[in-house]
Write a protein that binds this ligand. Structure first.
Ligand SMILES: [Ca+2]
Ligand SMILES: [Ca+2]
Length: 421
């Protein structure tokens, strides 16, 4: 049995091991999924198309906001009043943000950033240096003052991009210290090149690399326990496959589970729990369904892992994967995975237990005309959502997520929380 099949088998065994009837004692799945409210924060910071909110473990109370055009804004809320500054502003010759899904898409600080002053960026690059348009993972050094040294940018992974859309992607470190990146299927529509199921390309995958070691001068190493190491015809960086365009993914800081929102084609948006070696079915499957023009391959259960949740396009058309809330200031939301639809402004919550759906999904907020581009987590566990008001190009905004039933006075709730909330 291959390692990927072993992983799938282990996952299925988990499913089968789930009790047939609800347990007598209360479990997290029994807890209700409360509606949420959004508290505007950092109103004084002008933002254009914010696409990610990131924190770094060694700087509590500080958030970094990624703007799609190539700018990174640091917001330091550790003092009495928030201070913001631009810490990086990449030129269009480096970060190509010409079309809607292009630009600087993700930032991840190295877990040892305090010592090595290194971060990683996922972005799209235009034709340059004799190279075609491409998806790029690069390392970048930080100066002593915390600004990014633009000239230090070093590409680690460069993938020729056949179409402007479907560029992923989230870069983030797992609890294992490895760097994970979600990579789109290349683009166009309906994966015309079959990248999702092609193990010879990183397109349509989630990859996992070890940036603490350098093998062969490429700036990273392949973790020995990656599921496709030694598999002929497979890229050893691959962690999971069969993904269309995982725009946002996150690790549950309590359980270490990897959650992904995979944007659908014309019918269903999905939420996936990503396991080692898992194949999530694109393009034979979209959500819980076979796709038009491709055999459903119902015989292939065990090959494809179904999403933990989906929604049809009458409820939204572009999923923004979120986070499992672990905010100690919002215990009602503890363990709730919160996600949203970028176009509809609808937010959902669900609970999972042992890898299966335990409660929900439930609609927990409707904010039409707010476009939630990304969720983020502060060092203290506060969940944020960033996006734009009124239109894709409207004013940028960041909100903290709180239970709707919490204090009706946001200031009182904020005051009760540590700085940065
Ligand atoms: Ca693309
Ligand atoms: Ca899928």
């Amino acid at each position: 049995m291959t390692r990927s099949c072993a992983a799938v088998a282990a996952f299925l065994a988990l499913l089968c091991a789930a009790p047939a009837f609800p347990e007598q004692s209360p479990s997290p799945g029994d807890a209700p999924i409360p509606p949420i409210r959004l508290n505007r924060v950092f109103r004084e910071v002008a933002l254009k198309r914010p696409v990610q909110v990131v924190s770094r473990a060694d700087r509590p109370g500080v958030l970094y906001v990624v703007e799609q055009r190539g700018r990174i804004v640091e917001i330091d809320a550790s003092g009495d009043s928030p201070k913001s500054r631009t810490v990086a502003d990449f030129p269009s010759s480096t970060v190509n943000a010409k079309f809607n899904e292009q630009g600087l898409l993700s930032l991840a600080f190295d877990p040892r950033v305090a010592e090595n002053r290194t971060a990683y960026l996922w972005f799209t690059a235009g034709k340059s240096d004799g190279k075609p348009e491409r998806n790029v993972l690069a390392s970048v050094r930080l100066a002593e003052d915390g600004t990014f040294e633009l000239g230090s940018l070093r590409p680690l992974v460069e993938i020729e991009d056949p179409a402007w859309n479907h560029n992923g992607g989230t870069a983030l470190f797992g609890p294992d210290g490895m760097l994970y990146v979600s990579i789109g299927d290349g683009g166009s529509g309906n994966d015309p090149w079959g990248h999702g199921q092609d193990m010879g390309t990183l397109l349509g995958k989630i990859i996992r690399i070890d940036v603490s070691r350098d093998e062969g001068g490429r700036g990273y190493a392949i973790p020995a326990d990656n599921p496709f190491v030694g598999r002929e015809g497979a890229r050893p960086e691959i962690w999971a496959s069969g993904l269309r365009n995982v725009w946002r993914m996150s690790f549950d800081r309590k359980t270490g589970e990897l959650w992904a929102g995979d944007v659908g084609q014309n019918a269903f948006e999905e939420i996936d729990l990503i396991v080692k070696g898992g194949n999530y079915g694109w393009r034979p499957r979209e959500g819980l369904h076979g796709t038009p023009g491709v055999p459903d391959r119902a015989d292939s259960k065990g090959t494809f892992i179904d999403p933990i949740a989906e929604y049809p396009h009458r409820d939204g058309v572009s999923v923004t994967g979120g986070f499992v809330c672990r905010d100690p200031g919002s215990p009602e939301l503890g363990g709730v995975y919160i996600y949203a639809d970028y176009e509809f402004g609808t937010f959902w919550g669900l609970r999972a237990s042992a890898g299966t759906l335990a409660a929900g999904p439930a609609v927990i907020l409707k904010r039409p005309r707010f476009f939630p581009a990304s969720f983020g987590e502060g060092t203290d566990g506060t969940l944020y959502v960033c996006g734009t008001e009124r239109s894709h190009d409207g004013p940028g905004a960041i909100y903290a997520i709180v239970p709707a039933s919490g204090s009706s006075d946001p200031a009182a709730k904020d005051a009760a929380k540590p700085a940065g909330k």
